[in-house]
Each structure stands twice: as structure tokens, then as C-alpha cells.
Ligand binder design. Structure first.
Ligand code: CA2
Length: 228
């Protein structure tokens, strides 16, 4: 029932939600509940607003009895944590087509496919994008930041050159995990310096395309912790 709530407008479901909360309270207290105001009602103690807040209330109400169901559904319900944006910079669309000795034979489309499967298992909404343009990457960082989304960023060569990307991440305070397919530290020295690393929560490099999936798992966990 909880997961259903994530997909409907709160207005449509107000009576259902009230009933749900009443039932949960009855379950917890073992006695009949006299009724409640919906969380977004003006009368209800200032608890209007976001879905996540309401889910917080559900969590609070449920505290003290078996929340296994809730936790299980949290794992496969995308509304429980913000979306994850995987953003790719210049030339990454060439993966799998050139320099297979450095980058392997897996294409960016293959990476997207496996990330979509992983995201579905994690119950996370996924945005997957690639651009050759620095400004576009910056705008996507802003979009993700405004949405409170997590970002997995392979900025390609902009990693080593872009103060503007650094500033965008810093300004939006968006949660970023930096990813590189290759081990940049085993390559030319100009790839050892990153403008992203100082403003990222972490860095995964040298693990090939699976680095994206590791990052996805790590980001889902970080966002879940933040939501708690
Ligand atoms: O290892 C990575 O993921 C990189 O971010 C890839 C960038 C590179 O500039 C970074 O230093 C490390 C390059 C993107 C891919 O470029 C290709 C060039 C030729 C063939 C295939 C890919």
C-alpha cells in the first residue's frame, strides 16, 4: 500500500491516506484511533507538503513495530530517494568504438543499459546523458542540484580542465561521485589532476564500465542515508 502512495496525487488519496495512518496507529497502539488530519491539511500541525515528509511521518508512526515491509518497499520504490543523474562528457559516446586497449569494447549504450537494470533493482529513477559541451554539462549539474538528485559524473577531458564544472558542483552543493573508465593515474600526468575530485564525495576509476554500477550503488546508499 505504501508504494502505491508514491504514484498518486496527494489530493486524490487523502481519505485513503488518513485511513492508512489510522490503521497503522491502531496497529501500533492496539486501540481504535479517533481520526487524523491529513499531513497537508492546514489544521495538521504544520505538516503540509512534500511526499517525502509524509513518508517520514509514516516512518515515525510505524516506529516501534515491524517495519520490514516498509524497508523492503523502500528498496524498490523510486520515490523514496531522489533520482540519480549519470552525466557523461565529451568523447564518451566513442567508447567501445576506438582505443579498445584503453577503454575496452563496451559502448556507452551498453553502460546505460546495465545502469538502467541496476537502477531498477535499486528502485532509483535514472537520468543518463552524454554531451560534448561544457556548458550543457554545467546546466545539467544545475538541474540535478535543483532537483536534489545525486550525480555520477564522468566529465571526460573536462575533468582535467574545467574550473566552471568545479564551480557548478560547489555552488549547487550537489552530491557527486566522479567516475572514470580508465585508471587516470596510470596514464599521462595531465590526467592525474581533477577539478572534480575536490568537490566530489568520492572517485571511482580504473574499474572499466562497471565503475558506473559501483557508483550507482554507492550513490543510492548515500541518498538513502541522507533521506533518513
Ligand atoms: O577514463 C575515463 O573515463 C576518462 O574520463 C575518459 C576521457 C579522458 O579524457 C579522461 O582522461 C578519462 C575520454 C573519453 C573517451 O574518449 C575516447 C577517445 C577515443 C576512443 C574512445 C573514447
Amino acid at each position: 500500500m505504501i508504494s502505491t502512495l508514491g504514484f498518486f496525487g496527494a489530493g486524490d488519496l487523502t481519505p485513503t491516506i488518513c485511513t492508512l495512518v489510522r490503521r497503522i496507529r491502531e496497529h501500533v497502539s492496539g486501540s481504535k484511533d479517533q481520526g487524523i488530519e491529513p499531513p497537508w491539511s492546514p489544521k495538521s500541525n504544520g505538516l503540509r507538503g512534500s511526499r517525502n515528509r509524509f513518508i517520514g511521518i509514516i516512518r515515525e508512526v510505524c516506529h516501534g513495530f515491524d517495519t520490514t515491509l516498509l524497508r523492503t518497499q523502500a528498496n524498490d520504490a523510486s520515490y523514496m530517494i531522489p533520482a540519480i543523474h549519470i552525466l557523461n562528457g565529451p568523447n564518451l559516446d566513442l567508447l567501445g568504438q576506438r582505443e579498445p586497449d584503453v577503454y575496452g569494447s563496451v559502448t556507452l549504450m551498453d553502460i546505460e543499459t546495465s545502469c538502467r537494470a541496476a537502477a531498477a533493482e535499486l528502485g532509483v529513477a535514472l537520468v543518463f546523458r552524454q554531451t560534448a559541451h561544457e556548458g550543457t554539462l554545467i546546466e545539467w549539474i544545475h538541474t540535478a542540484g535543483d532537483a536534489g538528485a545525486g550525480v555520477i559524473l564522468n566529465a571526460g577531458a573536462y575533468t582535467h580542465t574545467s574550473i566552471a564544472l568545479h564551480d557548478a558542483i560547489r555552488a549547487t552543493r550537489v552530491c557527486v561521485i566522479e567516475v572514470h573508465v580508465s585508471n587516470v593515474f596510470q596514464r599521462e600526468s595531465f590526467r592525474h589532476m581533477s577539478y572534480i575530485s575536490p568537490v566530489a564525495v568520492g572517485l571511482i576509476c580504473g574499474l572499466g564500465p562497471s565503475g558506473y554500477e559501483w557508483a550507482l550503488h554507492a550513490m543510492a546508499r548515500l541518498l538513502r542515508q541522507k533521506e533518513m
